[in-house]
Design a protein around this ligand. Structure first.
Ligand code: GMT
Length: 368
């Protein structure tokens, strides 16, 4: 099939899922046309079945806000027309689903039919999308889509609750490429980070408010009071500076390292004993799944799709948002020598439910 994929190009989970999906579909012989304002970061390999179409526009002094949706729509029309696309797979509703709906109508008027699959990822519904100023457009775009998918049951329910959309939503969970996400022997690196065999705890995120990174620090403080431990923060975003300052002024400064944005997250996860993700809301929590694939148990909140990914008492523990006391108590339980190996192996086992090879055919069937 000729498939167009609209996505954000950045490190965010939706861009990663969209790009990995496109790459895997290309390997299976489909022709993939990525449409985005930059080359997606994970689009790092050459494949003769993959094309990238950059959305560009010339700014004009009158435009206080660049009309991205308009140029995006024109680009979609152009790509569908010139490359005979069969289906457009749109990741993240705002503004991609709206642009796809408009393009579909334009194309219909010139006798070209294009089917639209919209995948909801999370904040397009739970944070940004809930904003009243987006609601009518998001609801309309969902009705205009031929297929709507959501990455968890929780996100499906939230969509029905907050949007004026009563159509079908297929739950298609996110997936992992296990060729990449696997525990790797990284003894040298482990020795560097934890020279005295301290427990290694990791948090990766985009450091936005919703991630509650200060709760991570609070949990780590409580853990480090009881056992020798090291904390690694991976990623970057709005709250990183403030958190770094707070870490510098606390007595644990030497035990906390900020690694910034990292490409080979799986290598760092391979030396970890525990992953903390205390988000306010999380439609899925791809970062937690990536950790589990590398045999790292998870301490998470029980919001959104997190409890579908992190099974309470099995792959880790879940807590109410902000309950750092329980999170620390659970973390210490996992980190006990007599418990750790079992949590690690159960985390890995559960993550295997989310194999790329299992999820890919589901999307292919939906395209058909
Ligand atoms: O909001 C973000 O954190 C970014 C967003 C994205 O577009 O990548 O993440 C959402 O989609 C991911 C991929 O499906 C999910 O794993 C994340 O849980 C979800 N983020 C939130 O719901 C906060």
């Amino acid at each position: 099939m000729n498939i167009g994929i609209l996505c954000y190009p950045t490190y965010g989970g939706s861009g990663v899922i969209a790009t990995e999906l496109g790459k895997a579909l290309a390997v299976k012989g489909h022709t993939i046309h990525f449409i985005s304002y930059n080359q997606p970061v994970r689009l790092d390999t050459f494949n003769e079945n993959i094309y990238f179409h950059e959305v560009r526009f010339n700014n004009y002094p009158l435009f206080k806000f660049p009309p991205y949706e308009t140029v995006l729509t024109s680009k979609i029309v152009d790509v569908v027309k010139n490359h005979n696309l069969d289906v457009l797979h749109v990741h993240y509703a705002i503004p991609h689903a709206a642009a796809a709906a408009m393009a579909k109508n334009i194309l219909k008027k010139i006798g070209i039919e294009i089917k639209v699959v919209t995948t909801l990822h999370g904040t397009d519904i739970t944070l940004v999308g809930k904003d009243k100023s987006f609601e009518p457009v998001v609801s309309h775009s969902l009705f205009e889509s031929d297929v709507v998918t959501a990455v968890s049951n929780s996100l499906k329910n939230e969509t029905h609750k907050y949007f004026n959309y009563d159509g079908k939503i297929n739950v298609v969970p996110n997936f992992i490429d296990f060729q990449r996400f696997n525990k790797q022997p990284k003894d040298h690196f482990k020795k560097m980070i934890a020279p005295n065999n301290e427990k290694v705890i990791i948090h990766t995120s985009n450091f936005r408010r919703v991630k509650r990174v200060f709760d991570v620090l609070e949990v780590f403080r409580k853990i480090a009071k009881e056992i020798p431990a090291k904390m690694l923060f991976i990623g970057d975003g709005p709250e990183r500076n403030m958190l770094e300052k707070e870490c510098m002024s606390c007595d644990l400064c030497r035990d906390i390292t900020f690694l910034g944005k990292q490409e080979a997250v799986e290598e760092i996860l391979s030396i970890a004993d525990l992953f903390i993700i205390p988000s306010e809301t999380e439609s899925f929590g791809l970062a937690a799944l990536e950790a589990m694939a590398c045999e790292v148990p998870v301490i998470s909140t029980n919001t959104g799709g997190l409890k579908e990914v992190n099974i309470d008492g099995v792959t880790g523990f879940t807590s109410d948002v902000g309950d750092t006391a329980k999170m620390a108590k659970d973390a210490l339980h996992i980190l006990k020598e007599e418990n750790l190996a079992q949590f690690k192996s159960l985390a890995k086992m559960h993550s295997l439910k989310y194999k790329l090879d299992t999820i890919l055919p589901i999307y292919e069937r939906l395209y058909q």
